[in-house]
Design a protein around this ligand. Structure first.
Ligand SMILES: Cc1ncc(COP(=O)(O)O)c(C=O)c1O
Length: 400
């Protein structure tokens, strides 16, 4: 089966470009240019150099001995948390700003949830000397203060958004509104594998450096270039897309994705789009969407600002619907336990988003010979207040 995008921008039933008239020209320009730019020698050279010398790639593939002992298999962590700015998001923003420059754009906008994409965008704008506006829901501004301060120091304007439940969906709405007002000079750097075609494919390709490196690193460490399992958390889906990209057609490799269950699937406070969503259109793409009976988008909830989104990348909707990926909804408490477990067993404090895939481990049944690669998408610095609030909850921080 083909899991890649087709020439019309669809992954099976999902994807496409459902956009207002005013954006047609700039989205079509991007559709026409992105592959040509991505495949050009000058882009590849500049992108590779910045990934290596600026972002610090390749990120290590670390054999987690104590975590492996706990789960009875061989677990490797793909350490995206060690990238410059602390997450995988920089892989994408470096690529997109290079595309923006080649298309003659002079102003950058972005949305952000956890602030990691906002920081990564503000960072490359400082590097390239381009003005940058980042839209961020007021709820997220409050819970991710450290990242707001970083964006401001980097010279970006952070615009708090107060519509809806003031999180990622609302920030994205506002960024699209801005884009509609400035289609000619502005490039919208989307932070995940969401949005109208070609964004999901463009972001997946830019993040695919993750699986490209996994191949080489596994060959060195295990003598074979594929794992039995690939595991990643999924908000919009970019770190997961990067993790699985070169293995999509390799049926030896099982794909397990962790989405945010919030307080539970039936609690009314969840962001588990793949389990709870129905087909619909959000932010320019046909995908699974959390919506009411009459099609209004439901407010998602997750303890993690980066997974708190009522849609999902069309690539992942298709992987879930075709059965290629198994998707688990991991609740807040399971994620918090996963974060403390990694911290105490391996000395690595993960981002709350990444904590969701760690929280999926107790539900897995591995064989001792299984090789598991789990992507730690980001570091936990921005989440310290949430973690510290759990220190006196033994059911989360204890029993290790
Ligand atoms: C560290 C980290 N991991 C994961 C995510 C989720 O995004 P995606 O599904 O695009 O990887 C975010 C989003 O902000 C993040 O900051």
């Amino acid at each position: 089966m083909n899991y890649q995008v087709d020439e019309k921008g669809y992954y099976g039933r999902f994807g496409g470009a459902y956009i207002p008239e005013i954006l047609h020209k700039c989205v079509e320009d991007l559709q026409r240019s992105y592959l040509r730019v991505l495949e050009s020698e000058s882009f590849r050279e500049e992108y590779r150099t910045l990934l290596r010398d600026y972002a610090g790639r390749p990120s290590p593939l670390y054999f987690a001995r104590r975590l492996s002992e706990r789960y009875g298999c061989r677990i490797y962590l793909k350490r995206e948390d060690l990238n410059h700015t602390g997450a995988h998001k920089i892989n994408n923003t470096i690529g997109q700003i290079l595309i923006a420059r080649r298309m003659g754009k002079t102003r950058i906008i972005a949305e952000t949830g956890a602030g990691q994409h906002g920081v990564a965008t503000a960072t490359v704008c400082a590097l390239m000397n381009m003005p940058c506006v980042v839209y961020m829901g007021q709820t997220d501004v409050e819970r991710q203060q450290a990242n707001v301060r970083k964006m401001e120091m980097l010279g970006a304007t952070v615009v708090p958004v107060t519509s809806g439940n003031m999180t990622l969906k609302d920030a994205t709405n506002e960024a699209i509104r801005d884009w509609c007002c400035h289609p000619a000079d502005t490039f919208y750097i989307i932070g995940s594998t969401v949005g109208p075609h070609p964004y999901p494919d463009m972001v997946a390709r830019l993040q695919s450096v993750i699986s490209e490196e996994i191949r080489v690193q596994l060959q060195e460490k295990e003598g074979r270039d594929y794992p039995d399992y690939l595991m990643a958390c999924v908000g919009g889906g970019s770190n997961a897309a990067g993790t699985v990209y070169h293995y999509l057609d390799d049926e030896r490799v099982k794909i397990v994705l962790a989405e945010a269950g919030g307080e539970g699937l039936l609690s009314g406070r969840s962001a588990a789009t793949i389990q709870l969503g129905r087909e619909g259109i959000i932010h320019g793409a046909r995908t699974l969407v959390m919506q009411t009976e009459d099609g209004q988008i439901e407010e998602p909830y997750s303890i993690s600002a980066g997974l708190d989104y009522p849609g999902i990348g069309p690539l992942h909707a298709n992987l879930a619907q075709t059965g290629r990926a198994k998707v688990l909804a991991v609740n807040d408490d399971e994620a918090l336990r996963g974060a403390f477990e990694l911290t105490r067993l391996e000395g690595i404090i993960p981002a709350l988003e990444s904590a969701h895939v760690l929280g999926a481990l107790p539900r897995m049944e591995f064989r001792p010979s299984d090789v598991v690669v789990l992507t730690v998408s980001g570091r936990g610095d921005k989440d310290m207040d949430t973690y510290l609030a759990c220190m006196d909850r033994p059911e989360i921080a204890g029993n290790l």
